[in-house]
Design a protein around this ligand. Structure first.
Ligand SMILES: Nc1ncnc2c1ncn2[C@@H]1O[C@H](COP(=O)(O)OP(=O)(O)OP(=O)(O)O)[C@@H](O)[C@H]1O
Ligand SMILES: [Mg+2]
Length: 256
């Protein structure tokens, strides 16, 4: 085995695969640019750390089960003037995730709630926080299934593991008393421990109707809002804008 082959094998054993994958070009670069020992080592560590971060982000994204991939960079703030870009930028630093606080995005269909939730979730993953995305409907269905199978405790623990839990679409599907109770248990478990992003098409004043019980809704909101930022998005659906642009709808029709 040549000395380079042995080096490559050893790098792989140490799980330093980025440099192992590009060993000859890495060494050629070092020679061409005349790196001294310090620079060589710094470059080596930088490459491996970047590769580790990429792998961690990929894994984090897979585990998060996002419904689609959207970024803050692709969000058109000009279209949605009710959103303060500075506030979103501030939130993208995800200090609130570290602190176990919540973010609630309210607004009618198509205004970008899920887009913002996903893109802030991506920022949390990039910052190294375990993140999970779910809709309120599938969260409650999953808790109800676990309850029926006497596994509620384990399932609640599972939903408490991610540092950031995104619960999308609260309010589209009515929740029965049992579902509301299960949802409350989860919120209560995560309270002041894990951060959450909640999205809803309904203002807080209607949450009593969503959960079919004003008392439970109040108890849920009390915990969620104790350390939370609420962003109320007002404006037109972006989906509509795209249809109008494509000439599929006239503005009058779109408003009807
Ligand atoms: N301001 C925006 N800039 C760029 N794309 C946007 C913007 N707002 C929404 N979109 C896009 O429009 C589509 C609908 O947005 P999104 O799914 O976030 O809406 P929503 O508020 O979650 O609606 P719903 O309540 O119906 O779930 C998505 O493809 C999203 O990426
Ligand atoms: Mg949505």
């Amino acid at each position: 085995m040549s000395h380079l082959d042995a080096l490559e094998t050893n790098l792989r054993e140490l799980k330093l695969s980025r440099v192992a994958d590009h060993l000859s070009s890495f060494l050629a670069d070092a020679a061409k640019q005349e790196w001294d020992y310090g620079k060589f080592l710094e470059q080596f560590v930088r490459e491996e750390l970047a590769a580790r971060r990429e792998r961690r982000n990929e894994m984090g994204m897979r585990m998060a089960r996002m419904p689609f991939l959207k970024t803050l960079e692709s969000f058109d703030f000009a279209y949605q003037p009710s959103i303060n870009p500075k506030q979103i930028k501030e939130l993208s630093a995800v200090r609130w995730v570290a602190n176990g606080e919540n973010l609630v995005l309210l607004g009618p269909p198509g205004v970008g709630k899920t887009h913002l939730a996903v893109s802030l979730g991506v920022k949390a993953i990039e910052a190294g926080y375990k993140t999970q995305f779910t809709s309120a409907q599938s969260l409650i269905a999953s808790l109800a299934r676990a309850h029926a199978e006497n596994r509620l405790e384990q399932r609640l623990k599972l939903y408490c593991q991610p540092k950031l839990l995104v619960i999308d679409e609260i309010g589209y599907i009515p929740i029965d008393r049992h579902g509301a109770n299960l949802f409350f248990q989860l919120i209560s478990r995560r309270y002041e421990k894990g951060a959450m992003i909640l999205t809803s098409n309904q203002p807080y004043s209607n949450w009593g109707d969503i959960f079919g019980d004003r008392i439970i809704a109040t108890a849920i909101l009390d915990r969620v809002l104790h350390h939370a930022t609420t962003i109320s998005i007002k404006g037109e659906s972006y989906r509509l804008k795209e249809k109008l642009k494509a000439g599929l709808l006239q503005r009058q029709e779109a408003k009807a």
